[in-house]
Ligand binder design. Structure first.
Ligand SMILES: [Zn+2]
Length: 391
């Protein structure tokens, strides 16, 4: 898996000489069940071949051709049961070749040849993948599964001591009533132990988000025992048959809940941003205003539609970005160069400055404001008095 640091390092990369080119290749295999899997590999090869031909016709340098030939050989080896999606970043002029496994949803088989690497599909990766734990809890035992991207690791488990003794008391004999109460106390004590374990795991930052697998009947009793800090991290619960549930199935449930919760979060983030923009508060819309806010260091989160792309110019000297395609920089007066897609510069800045980037599915309200908006941390043009007056 690619790491946050590697992603940042790739974002810093930029070709300096006119002859240099940065190649980005994403390969998305079909699922093992998917019959079109072979076709995916063939498609990938075709894609590289076509680009190779175009570049050869245009008389491009030997280095870029050799990068693409190497990617072609890789694509050719990707048939069979290649389960993982891949990303390759190459620039042989600068002796750079990096190959990573990436989560399947981030990739779509694509090839980009540009001055920077195409990192947009990977930019939201880390903010959308918190360290996730699933706690599967019934009246007899609790187990904890760590889910991080597609890695699933069982953590420790806790057993109800009464289950360990065989649960014989309370189910037979004339003292059944007493044993029943005794057993209820045991369950409460056991739930408390589980809650205590989760609290200390949260304190040690072993998870950032928590999904609970717990039957509806047990949930209220268990929930009461949970510390508020643990409750805050819960993003959802499921309650299917927990006894037969494998760790992988629990992880799949947790990932489903995570995606749902992210979707809801993004929708409300968008609504908040647009409301804030309408009232001239902590929100801006449209590329021009987003670029301005970015340069002022105001931005908390950029929201753009998944396929957003726009031309812009970038100052070759001070890096000022302008949505108007002006030949000279409005800040320092030096010459600008045109960017086919402003996202390549935007993504670099978001990664460098730890600004969250949310790629939204098609949305009418975002479309109406130009498919890009940003939620701000503050507004630089407002002094403290204004802020106080507004609050
Ligand atoms: Zn400039």
């Amino acid at each position: 898996m690619i790491s946050r640091e590697e992603l940042r390092r790739l974002a810093e990369f930029e070709c300096r000489l006119p002859n240099e080119l940065a190649v980005t290749f994403y390969f998305q295999p079909g699922t093992p069940k998917d019959k079109s899997h072979r076709e995916e590999a063939i498609e990938a090869k075709e894609l590289v071949r076509k680009t190779l031909q175009e570049l050869e016709v245009n008389g491009r340098s030997r280095e870029i051709i050799s990068d693409l030939q190497r990617i072609l050989r890789l694509a050719e080896s990707l048939h069979g049961n290649q389960a993982r999606a891949k990303a390759v970043f190459a620039c042989s002029c600068r002796k750079l070749w990096s190959e990573f496994d990436v989560p399947a949803f981030a990739a779509q088989t694509r090839l980009f040849v540009n001055r920077r690497f195409h990192l947009k599909p990977l930019a939201p990766l880390f903010s959308e993948h918190p360290h996730l734990w699933v706690a599967v809890v019934d009246r007899h035992s609790a187990r904890f599964v760590d889910v991080y991207f597609d890695q699933v690791n069982a953590q420790s488990s806790i057993e109800n001591s009464i289950s360990r003794r065989g649960r014989s008391d309370g189910y037979a004999g004339y003292d059944a009533g007493h044993a029943q109460r005794h057993s209820e106390d045991e369950v409460r004590r056991y739930f408390r132990n589980v809650a205590e374990f989760l609290k200390s795991a949260a304190e040690r930052k072993q998870f950032e988000a928590l999904v609970i697998g717990c039957h509806d009947l047990n949930w209220p009793e268990f929930e009461r025992q949970l510390h508020p800090d643990v409750q805050k991290k819960i993003i959802g619960r499921f309650s299917e048959d927990l006894g037969a549930l494998s760790d992988e199935k629990a992880a799949a449930e947790a990932n489903r809940i995570l995606r749902q919760s992210l979707e809801q979060h993004h929708t409300s983030l968008l609504r908040e941003t647009l409301d804030q923009a309408r009232s001239n508060g902590r929100g801006v819309t449209g590329l021009r205003r987003v670029l301005r806010a970015l340069e002022l260091g105001e931005i908390d989160t950029i929201l753009m539609s998944l396929n957003y792309s726009a031309r812009a110019v970038e100052c070759s000297h001070c890096r000022h970005l302008d949505s108007h395609l002006v030949p000279y920089c409005s800040v320092c007066g030096r010459s600008t160069r045109q960017l086919d897609d402003v996202c390549e510069a935007l993504v670099r800045t978001t990664l460098k400055n730890s600004i969250a980037l949310v790629l939204m599915p098609p949305d009418d309200s975002l479309d109406r404001v130009g498919n890009i908006a940003a939620l701000l941390r503050f507004r630089a043009d407002r002094n403290t008095n204004h802020l106080l007056a507004a609050s």
